[in-house]
Design a protein around this ligand. Sequence first.
Ligand code: UDP
Length: 333
Amino acid sequence: MRILVTGGAGYIGSHTVRQLLARGHQVWVYDNLSYGHRGAVPAECLVVGDLNEAHKLDHLLLSERIEACVHFAASTYVGESVRDPAKYYQNNLTNALTLLECLRKQGVGRFVFSSTAATFGVPEKMPITEETPQQPINPYGRSKLTLEYVLADYAAAYQWGFAALRYFNASGAAADGSIGEDHDPETHLIPLVIQAAVGQRPHIEVFGTDYPTPDGTCVRDYIHVDDLGSAHVLALEKLQPGQGLRFNLGIGRGYSVREVIRTVEEVTGKKVPVKEGPRRPGDPPELIASSAKIQRELGWQPQYTDLKRIVESAWNWHKSHPRGYADRPKSNA
Ligand code: UDP
């Protein structure tokens, strides 16, 4: 297929692009490089552009005869979304609607969407299945859930086939250590703990030690970024017109913040300086996915089923790129 991947130079996008290329698809990465990295994708795939540039998108879709779209481009910081909801509704909704309309004009109705566990809010029952009510508690989650509704309406009215993939905690890096996680600012636990282990940060702050969990710290379901990538490929290839697929993506097992810190110590052989702090507002105590539905319906299987291997891959990337993509030659960063 000839596939447009918006946000394809970002963390999950770049790992998915590799897999799409390996499957023989043709890929155009459309990215404004605000969060993404030039060095994360093959130069010949990259088109630098913004989702609000409808003419540029129209031209690209028409001239390259695009047949499908995988849509990653979005703003993804929960805390920022609370402080600046306008940015999140603009980027994640208004700009996404511009993209949808460009696709619709060109008759492209095959669409895979990066959704999120944040659409579920704070569910009472674990694990979180596709039947769990979606009740997001912040603008980020609400912006993503609204696009899920929009896609359902497009599927019903215009025969689009779409998949909404709700990621739990994306983590790890490509097995060969050549691409990985590099956010600015970095807010994700595993890279922050690694940075504390090597002295790039004075310590890791544990956000809350009084949760109703076995060791008092938050429990999350960490899923390897390549396993997310394979889910996108499967969903994209299976989609039928008029069909709306919704899948939760995790490994079905939770790890606490303290377990993550212990695992990083084990993998790196370094002591991590820890400071215990207050809870971060809006953090649910526990988020664990059931991915039984995508396993059953698409035959998806995560290759990374324990935290140690996930952390090993993140450590591999960190060792070869201690400052992320800044460690690449300038023209490639
Ligand atoms: N966390 C922490 N200290 C940090 C960053 C994160 O204790 O400096 C905790 C956070 O409260 C959550 C877990 O680590 O329980 C994973 O957080 P992350 O931001 O990586 O992902 P989220 O679950 O928020 O999507």
